[in-house]
Design a protein around this ligand. Structure first.
Ligand SMILES: [Zn+2]
Length: 114
């Protein structure tokens, strides 16, 4: 790793694992820490890599969530109504096959590509 100096203290920074926080979690990155003032530095390419990873893992959370909705019951099962807007946008019909999975505590649904 290259040698990097703290802008303030002018001493060499120590390579360290730094946790980058996102709205829905945190990820470790290889960065540098100043032993004297605690300043943390993450190289640009590492910052970019971790942002891409967070995007893939959904750590930024929902960008534009619908709120004020509730789970309902249909027979023995719990169900959620799909908003008309989503129905149109994704061209969903009764019987459209979907895939569903859990991402942490989030339920994800996507139409199966045919
Ligand atoms: Zn420093």
């Amino acid at each position: 790793m290259e040698r990097i100096r703290c802008n303030k203290c002018k001493i060499e920074m120590t390579p360290d694992i730094i946790y980058t926080h996102f709205p829905r979690g945190k990820l470790p990155v290889r960065g540098y820490r100043c032993e004297k003032c605690g300043y943390e530095m993450i190289p640009l390419e590492e910052a970019k890599r971790v942002q891409d990873e967070a995007e893939i893992l959904g750590l930024y959370g929902a960008p534009n969530p619908l709120t004020g909705r509730n789970v309902t019951r249909s027979g023995n099962n719990l169900s959620v109504y799909i908003p008309k807007e989503y129905e149109k946008k994704l061209d969903l019909k009764k019987g459209t096959p979907i895939r569903m999975w859990l991402q942490g505590d989030t339920i994800c649904i996507e139409p199966e590509k045919t």
